[in-house]
Design a protein around this ligand. Structure first.
Ligand SMILES: [Zn+2]
Length: 251
């Protein structure tokens, strides 16, 4: 009898837990936005000063983390609707994280197609520029808010590649150089620099930038954090995200 009651209680607890998680999923509001034809799904869980973005479709660890994180935390998550790193764009494919400045976009569009007709390329760059401000308005948080981008790397890219563009940095000898935080706000950097993770501060605009979203954030003075980890290192990326949020929430 006692065992039966115990089992009933366990079943009830499991059931309540299941219903609660369904509610949390239903609580997400889902819509789509696009940057010049590149689609993003927006998952909104109430409101928060923190938004998140996944911009490279093949970075599955970051995608997994973000899909899970937004169910349990308030905020908005922008998730690219692509499974590949490059996305179709006009007559070519392009890295979507190189389209946030004219100079970066021009270079990126020539990456996979060298034989552009001059007008065709210029028209596409104009369309991009027109679309850019609307898209940035959608994804950048209200004044004082924070945008967190999640990235994974699977080649040699690491924090040392960012030092030339950085004003300040703190490299930890026990940390893998491929796991690091990039931030665009000096106050955020001060709060994060003594933590366990590699970190760089980039807060000064470079004319000849590569067109990544961080440069648009610097230009618009938006607090932006990029959490970069090796592909597959989910728990490391989760720990880094939790650390950033703990140190910067209610700033
Ligand atoms: Zn990436």
């Amino acid at each position: 009898m006692l065992i039966f009651l115990k089992m009933k209680r366990i079943a009830l607890t499991v059931c309540i837990f299941y219903l609660l998680s369904i509610n949390i999923i239903i609580g997400l509001e889902i819509k789509n936005i696009s940057y010049c034809g590149i689609s993003f799904e927006v998952l909104r869980n109430n409101s928060s000063e923190i938004s998140y973005i996944l911009i490279h479709g093949d970075e599955e660890t970051a995608r997994m983390l973000l899909n899970n994180h937004i169910k349990k935390n308030n905020g908005k998550a922008f998730i690219i609707k692509s499974k590949t790193r490059e996305v179709p764009f006009g007559p070519t494919i392009v890295d979507p994280n190189r389209l946030f400045s004219n100079i970066g976009a021009k270079r990126a569009l020539k990456n996979f197609k060298s034989d552009w007709d001059g007008n065709e390329l210029n028209n596409l760059l104009i369309k991009l520029e027109e679309s850019r401000e609307n898209f940035l308005f959608d994804i950048f948080p209200d004044k004082g808010g924070l945008l967190i981008a999640l990235h994974n790397n699977f080649r040699g890219y690491n924090v040392k590649d960012e030092l030339n563009d950085s004003e300040l940095y703190s490299i930890k000898k026990d940390e893998n150089p491929r796991d690091f935080i990039l931030c665009t706000n000096a106050n955020d950097y001060q709060k994060l620099k003594d933590g366990p993770y590699n970190i760089v501060l980039q807060n000064r605009m470079k004319k000849n930038n590569n067109g990544s979203l961080s440069w648009a954030a610097i230009k618009h003075r938006v607090r932006y954090i990029n959490i970069e980890t090796r592909l597959g290192w989910l728990s490391q990326q989760r720990k880094m995200l939790q650390f950033v949020e703990k140190m910067l929430k209610n700033n």
